[in-house]
Design a protein around this ligand. Sequence first.
Ligand SMILES: NC(=O)c1ccc[n+]([C@@H]2O[C@H](COP(=O)([O-])OP(=O)(O)OC[C@H]3O[C@@H](n4cnc5c(N)ncnc54)[C@H](O)[C@@H]3O)[C@@H](O)[C@H]2O)c1
Length: 272
Amino acid sequence: MSMGKLAGRVAIVTGGGNGLGAECARVLAEHGASVAVADVDGDAANRVAESISAQGRSAFGYRTDVSSEEDVKAMIAQVREKFGRIDVLHNNAAVLNADQRQRDRDLVNLDMEAFDRAMAVNLRGAVLCTKYAIPVMLEQGKGSVIFATSGLGMQGDMSLTGYATSKAALMMLPRLVASQYGKKGIRGNAVQIGLAPQHEMPAPLLEIMRDNHCTAELGTPRQIADVVAFLASDESSFVTGTTLVADGGFSSHTPSLVAMRALFEKMGRTGM
Ligand SMILES: NC(=O)c1ccc[n+]([C@@H]2O[C@H](COP(=O)([O-])OP(=O)(O)OC[C@H]3O[C@@H](n4cnc5c(N)ncnc54)[C@H](O)[C@@H]3O)[C@@H](O)[C@H]2O)c1
């Protein structure tokens, strides 16, 4: 019997077949949760679940397109039937493949299909999963719903218009969960995730990003998963309706900081 901080809990991680979601699934399982790995890529979901099971932990994969109400309803029903409860829902799924990122551009050049897809998966998907998971949590009088959002939902950038607007809207959802179901034991929080690269990025871009962090390095999947595990567990029992920023200080400093640092270095000033 597992004695971790999530022992006996059941967690769903959407988009858990790859990247940060896969790491979150592994870390939640490490803390004792039984994990349902839900992903539109069913093979990837199964692979992650199998790798968790191979460690002697409990996980199952579910092929689920979170933008489909039918899929979500079926997945939640199956998880409930299999495990008998749902304690944690981590709404991590987002459409981020190369084709999507190429078409989800600045407003004038925006491909509206890509915009609609971003909204359907990133926002509607999270709404659907939350809509169907909360009734199960209400039966238990307890639950934690987590939303993966991004600095791009807070600050303007050159591209990814659909992604950014979907992530901005996601920041409202934890407040709604907290306001609507808090008295019944359900908490809702978002994690504003900084850069924990899952896709290849050109070196000059990585350098710009690194310069703009207040930490020595960019984030790792484990650092994000640790925050998710905190929000999933009772360690965060007084935290609800909020967005926890895990971005290495990327959004904390003045816009001029990097240029100032370079200027001071040029002037020979030390101590910064
Ligand atoms: N990696 C980062 O640096 C970063 C930064 C900020 C925010 N985030 C957020 O973290 C989350 C995970 O990002 P990632 O970098 O690991 O992405 P990723 O592309 O590696 O993984 C996303 C997963 O979602 C799945 N998915 C896509 N469409 C789906 C659908 N319709 N239904 C179910 N699953 C679907 C994909 O198959 C994939 O497994 C996203 O919500 C993203 O916005 C990531």
